[in-house]
Design a protein around this ligand. Structure first.
Ligand code: MN
Ligand code: MN
Length: 346
């Protein structure tokens, strides 16, 4: 009810919950999105939250924008073929990422026992899941004569194709990965499209941990850099800002509070819980505090090839201390004691 007394002025809304987004419910799963339409400030990234039941398929499709994903729960099989005929089939589980470059066709299917739920991120706030090139939609809108010539078959082959896009639909659960793999004379894709984020060494402290995935370790992910952050109760993702891109956040678990300072005396505080999207324009300093009793877990995503942040503490620690002290009227010993290494969670 009562915001911190330090809040001031008019900032654009920096929060929208997937719980308030329209759900496209299908047999086989569901989908909902938070784009620039829902969160006008979010011009750089749009997000989709999708559930596929066991066997449910997000149909073969592609789009202008690249696709980055974080598996929230369950298991899925993902497929793709690149422009040189390299193919890719992999199974992904909770905590895994995937990345399909712009225009490259792909599919996602929920596996046993209970399918999956994941977050998709696209490096364009205007992107909508309604704006994809679907294989069924394309077949429905190519002349059958052309389809027949293209595949060197009789037109009758296409008597029973679907009348339009299927989007998400139910098919039997596929066989084991090995049995479902198609050989390609060109071989596999040169850059892995899946990434096991939880197998990366975290930056850890008693307050929590951070795992980063960007082009330094997930080479193919040129358009989205990510950090998965866990903050323990009472701790804080330190005051920092990002020099290269706006931040698009997705809250996975726990309860968080973020204040964003926007210069000119303006600041605003927002509370977050699982399923919420947060946004921080480039260069605006912010913190995220765990105000609950459980670990707070969230994703920081950037429309950029690398994760970059500036730490307030590190900046002050590495600047002449008398100069810092003269600005803030803080005891010199406090400035002297600041850590010179970066500590994302304190
Ligand atoms: Mn896609
Ligand atoms: Mn941040």
């Amino acid at each position: 009810m009562r915001p911190p007394s330090t809040d001031h002025g008019g900032l654009p809304n920096l929060k929208f919950s997937f719980a308030d987004a329209h759900v496209k419910m299908k047999e086989g799963g569901w989908s909902r999105e938070v784009t620039q339409t829902e969160l006008p400030v979010a011009t750089t990234i749009a997000g989709v939250n999708m559930r596929l039941n066991a066997g449910g398929v997000r149909e073969l499709h592609w789009h202008k924008q690249a696709e980055w994903s974080f598996m929230i729960a369950g298991n899925a099989r993902i497929t793709s073929v690149d422009n040189d005929g390299h193919n890719f089939v992999a199974d992904v589980a909770a905590g895994d990422l995937w990345y399909f470059p712009s225009g490259i066709p792909h599919s996602i299917q929920g596996l046993a026992p209970d399918g999956c739920e994941f977050l998709l991120a696209f490096p364009d706030g205007k992107f909508s899941e309604d704006d994809t090139f679907a294989i069924t939609d394309m077949f429905a809108h190519m002349p059958k004569e052309a389809l027949a010539k293209n595949m060197s078959v009789d037109q009758k082959v296409f008597d029973h194709i679907p009348p339009g896009e299927r989007f998400i639909f139910k098919v039997p659960i596929p066989p084991a990965l090995q049995a479902d793999t198609v050989g390609s004379a060109q071989g596999k894709v040169p850059l892995d499209m899946a990434f096991r984020l939880m197998q990366q060494d975290p930056t850890s402290s008693p307050g929590g941990w951070v795992r980063i995935a960007d082009t330094r370790n997930f080479t193919i992910s040129s358009d989205i850099a990510a950090a998965l952050v866990e903050v323990n109760p009472g701790h804080i993702r330190e005051i920092h800002w990002h020099t290269n891109a706006d931040e698009w956040q997705y809250y996975l678990a726990g309860q968080g509070r973020m204040t964003v300072f926007a210069a000119q005396g303006n600041a605003r505080t927002f509370d977050f819980q699982a399923g919420d999207v947060g946004y921080v324009p480039k260069a605006m300093p912010h913190f995220v505090e765990n105000i609950g009793k459980e670990p707070l877990r969230f994703l920081e995503l950037f429309n950029a090839p690398r994760f970059v942040d500036v730490s307030l503490n590190q900046w002050m620690a590495l600047t002449p201390h008398e100069l810092v002290q003269a600005h803030l009227n803080i005891d010199r010993q406090v400035i002297d004691a600041l850590p010179k290494d970066k500590r994302p969670i304190v």
